[in-house]
Design a protein around this ligand. Structure first.
Ligand code: PXP
Length: 240
């Protein structure tokens, strides 16, 4: 085990419930306070272009409330980069975004969108924000992320998490290990996330070079039955 793996709790889906009715509850700041009763290291939110869950005003409100790192996920658009440079979260994770998708499907196109992603990475970095690129666990993509100059990558674990056969799950898991070890050998800080839940997270945390897992949907779903604090603590147990 090279590094301890820490948890970033993605609270987007608490905002999804709020936006479904346009109410003021559930209160995201109360959610942040619950997460802060645990040893989770970061709060993660995704300001999507369609504003389907997190709203603009949530970003500074959470930044001013939390004592943990704030990891803002965003598309590499001038609008999003401007917002991030004003609010200055500690971390930004650049993600691909299509309006019609259910959730973030696939990693960034670091080959086709190289210049655009590099420009966003440069601007965010100049504002003192640590930038991560959400990419597929693929060696070529890692090499590109390094050329872009990103200090962090977040490996997309969706293909691993969504497999229904043990054989394909193992194949995807191997890709994550190889990608994580390669990125680590280049001096890139490696995070991972997407689709992780209480039954598939432990092996990813055991890889040893993945520093942070960003997990949302499974934790918020579990919180319905045990409360948010307990749901986060149960995920921390898996990670440890
Ligand atoms: N990491 C990134 C970059 C994401 O876009 C998401 C989904 O918002 C997550 C992690 C969390 O995924 P999940 O909600 O499936 O745990």
């Amino acid at each position: 085990m090279k590094y301890p793996t820490v948890l970033g709790v993605n609270i987007d889906h608490i905002a999804t419930i709020r936006q479904a009715r346009g109410t003021s509850y559930p209160d995201l700041l109360q959610a942040v306070q619950e997460v802060e009763k645990t040893e989770a290291e970061a709060i993660t939110i995704h300001l999507r272009e369609d504003r389907r869950h997190i709203q603009d005003m949530d970003v500074p409100a959470i930044k001013n409330t939390t004592s943990r790192r704030l990891n803002l996920e965003l598309a590499a658009t001038p609008e999003m980069v401007d917002i991030a440079c004003k609010v200055k979260p500690s971390d930004c994770c650049i993600v691909p975004e299509k309006r019609e998708e259910l959730t973030t499907e696939g990693g960034l196109d670091v080959v086709g969108q190289f210049a655009r992603i590099q420009e966003a990475t440069r601007k965010l970095g100049a504002a003192g924000i640590r930038v991560s690129l959400f990419i597929e666990p693929d060696l070529e993509h890692i090499a590109r992320a390094r050329e872009i100059g990103a200090p962090v990558v977040e490996l997309h674990t969706g293909a691993y998490a969504e497999q229904t056969s043990k054989q394909t799950e193992q194949r995807e898991f191997k890709r994550i290990i190889e990608a994580a070890e390669y990125a680590d050998s280049l001096g890139i800080h490696v995070n991972a996330g997407h689709g992780l839940h209480y039954d598939n997270t432990r092996p990813v945390a055991e890889i040893g070079v993945i520093r942070e897992l960003n997990i949302g949907h499974a934790i918020v779903a579990r919180a319905l039955f045990v409360g948010l604090r307990k749901a986060v603590e149960e995920m921390l147990e898996q990670i440890r």
